[in-house]
Design a protein. Structure first.
Length: 215
């Protein structure tokens, strides 16, 4: 299938936000006197909606999880947002995809205003027709909701030539729910077992493999 519209996840797909996100989560947990033994223990927070992760991994109530997200943002909005780096080869890939006539859209569970700031900071924003994300009130965080919103804003009704690219199972599951194909990348924070279990249509190990799949 020659996919004409390509939706990209942000964290773990376009950029590696490992340092910024884990520092922000550790900052939030510190407000509850919860110590984190090592950074890798918090990598599971990269990708899924934050409220869900605080509930799932630390047993927070919905109310406490929402409070924790606010603490997270105290650090992230000023410092953690730029403790981040673009994966090697992504800039060139986006440039070549645009040159090939592809329509590119970001679909992330990160708040939209943060996603825009990050992509502008790394000079990637202009490659995208639209940058779709969550609202700051934590509504529209589920990947299927973000995908549906992105397609609606871009006026895309035929979902057959649409592909969602991401690194975690929620990207794949969200794509299925929204009725679009999915490609899972292995250079981010998911693994092959996770992506295969979720039912990814295509799996790419490296950015070079992603290029081969898309071009």
């Amino acid at each position: 299938m020659a996919y004409q519209t390509i939706l990209f996840d942000l964290d773990g797909t376009l950029t590696d936000p490992g340092v910024g996100i884990t520092n922000s989560v550790a900052y939030a947990l510190g407000k509850y006197k919860i110590a984190v033994p090592e950074r890798a223990a918090l990598y599971k927070f990269i990708g899924p909606p934050l409220i869900d992760s605080f509930e799932r991994y630390y047993g927070f109530s919905r109310e406490r999880a929402m409070e924790a997200v606010n603490f997270y943002r105290e650090y992230f909005s000023e410092t953690g947002i730029f403790e981040n780096q673009v994966y090697d080869g992504i800039g060139e890939l986006l440039k070549d995809l645009r040159a090939a006539g592809k329509r590119l859209v970001v679909a992330t569970s990160k708040p939209e205003q943060f996603a825009v700031r990050i992509l502008e900071h790394f000079a990637l924003a202009d490659y995208f027709d639209y940058i779709a994300g969550a609202n700051m009130d934590e509504s529209r965080t589920k990947k299927a909701e973000v995908i549906t919103y992105a397609l609606k804003v871009c006026g895309i009704t035929d979902r057959r030539p649409v592909l969602m690219v991401g690194d975690r199972e929620h990207d794949v599951l969200g794509a299925k729910e929204a009725g679009v194909a999915s490609l899972g990348v292995l250079y981010g924070y998911g693994d092959r077992e996770e992506l295969e279990r979720a039912g990814a249509d295509i799996i790419a190990e490296r950015v070079a493999d992603l290029r081969d799949s898309l071009l």
